[in-house]
Design a protein around this ligand. Structure first.
Ligand code: KG4
Ligand code: ZN
Length: 338
């Protein structure tokens, strides 16, 4: 079964063609980093305009690279949430239009669930459930128990900022470009992670929940003092690197500790990871340092950041499970969860 997937939840316009949920025939991603860089974050209106401009060329390119035509496609899949409402509407309506024009079924796919499926696609043959799933991206921080593809139990999530968002905001405080995650990781290589006693939040009576907004604020107060709105500051390169390293250690060790606690509690030895923050090499080292005996399943190159291969891949299973497509009145869902 050939599935054409479309992804437009935030600032990437992507289309991929995937066969039988596993074989990636093409995976085209048009990123908007250039557009949002000067604002230090995604500007929804600009994102929408860019999606409208590039979506059809991106779909054409995915078909060309996969050497298939629209008539070879069996099912269409699109992320219908969570995400920004404008960008979501563009992808979902484009796919609905294609479904009508081609008289083919389409399914809506949960974007966060697809991030975990990206790890699954990277190693499908050797995985056993239950496993722990960890989604760490610009918009999400979730810990789940994966009982099967499409069957999850939410164990914990952030009550405020997502972890990637915290990286992006701290990078902005340090005057680094967007997206901040890779910049902080680079800077942290030269810093002392014990220089500042930063800590991620603890959520009362919910040991597997996350909170990163206080961590971000303590970085700001450390730099500017309590009068954070007005104060200005200058930093030496060494201070900047120490702040990056100390923040990164606080944020990542929180993910490591809570994930390992969840694995122990649910007797899981396999952990699947999804989302852009999985690109952080220090995170991968920290998991190995903390417990070298667990099986860590990371998304392969091209599948960690937002992409449509994970949407088409999971779309295959969603369609098979439902046995039919979704109705044309399927609404986008900005806060879709597990
Ligand atoms: O998965 P993704 O493309 O977007 C969402 O679905 O939200 O992830 C983007 C996020 C950004 O916040 C970016 O700063 C973060 O992933 N990121 C990283 C690294 N590379 C990307 N964070 C930490 N270290 C990295 N190397
Ligand atoms: Zn994402």
């Amino acid at each position: 079964m050939i599935v054409l997937g479309v992804e437009t939840t935030c600032d990437e316009t992507a289309c991929a063609i995937v066969k039988n949920g596993e074989q990636i025939l093409s995976n085209v991603i048009s990123t908007q980093i250039d557009l949002h860089n000067e604002y230090g974050g995604v500007v929804p209106e600009l994102a929408c305009r860019r999606h409208v401009d590039v979506l059809i060329p991106v779909i054409d390119e995915a078909l060309t690279q996969a050497q298939v035509t629209l008539s070879d496609v069996d099912v269409l899949a699109v992320s219908y949430g969570p995400g920004l409402v404008g960008p979501l509407l563009i992808g979902v309506n484009a796919v609905k239009a294609l479904a009508i024009a081609l008289n083919k079924p389409f399914v809506g796919v949960n974007h966060i669930e697809a991030h975990l499926y990206a790890a699954y696609m990277s190693r499908a043959k050797s995985l056993t459930f239950p496993a722990i799933g960890v989604v760490i991206s610009g918009g999400h921080t979730s810990l789940v128990l994966i009982k099967d593809i499409g069957v999850y139990e939410l164990l914990g999530q952030t009550i405020d900022d997502a972890i990637g968002e915290a990286f992006d905001k701290v990078a902005k405080i340090l005057n680094l470009p967007y997206p901040g995650g890779p910049e902080i990781e680079k800077l942290a290589l030269h810093g002392d992670s014990a220089a500042y006693p930063f800590k991620a939040g603890v959520v009362k009576e919910k040991p597997l929940y996350f909170s990163f907004s206080g961590l971000k604020t303590s970085v700001l107060y450390t730099l500017k003092g309590q009068n954070a709105q007005n104060a200005t500051f200058t930093l030496t390169e060494a201070q900047q690197a120490n702040i990056a390293a100390s923040f990164q250690k606080a944020a990542l060790s929180d993910v490591v500790n809570k994930t390992l606690l969840a694995a122990k509690k649910h007797h899981c030895s396999q952990i699947l990871f999804g989302g852009g923050v999985t690109n952080n090499q220090r995170l991968r080292e920290m998991f190995l340092e903390a417990n070298p005996h667990l099986d860590y399943v990371w998304p392969s190159l091209g599948l960690s950041l937002d992409n449509a291969a994970m949407i088409a891949g999971l779309g295959f299973h969603v369609f098979k499970k439902k046995g039919c497509g979704d109705p044309l009145d399927l609404e986008v869902c900005t806060s879709l969860g597990f």
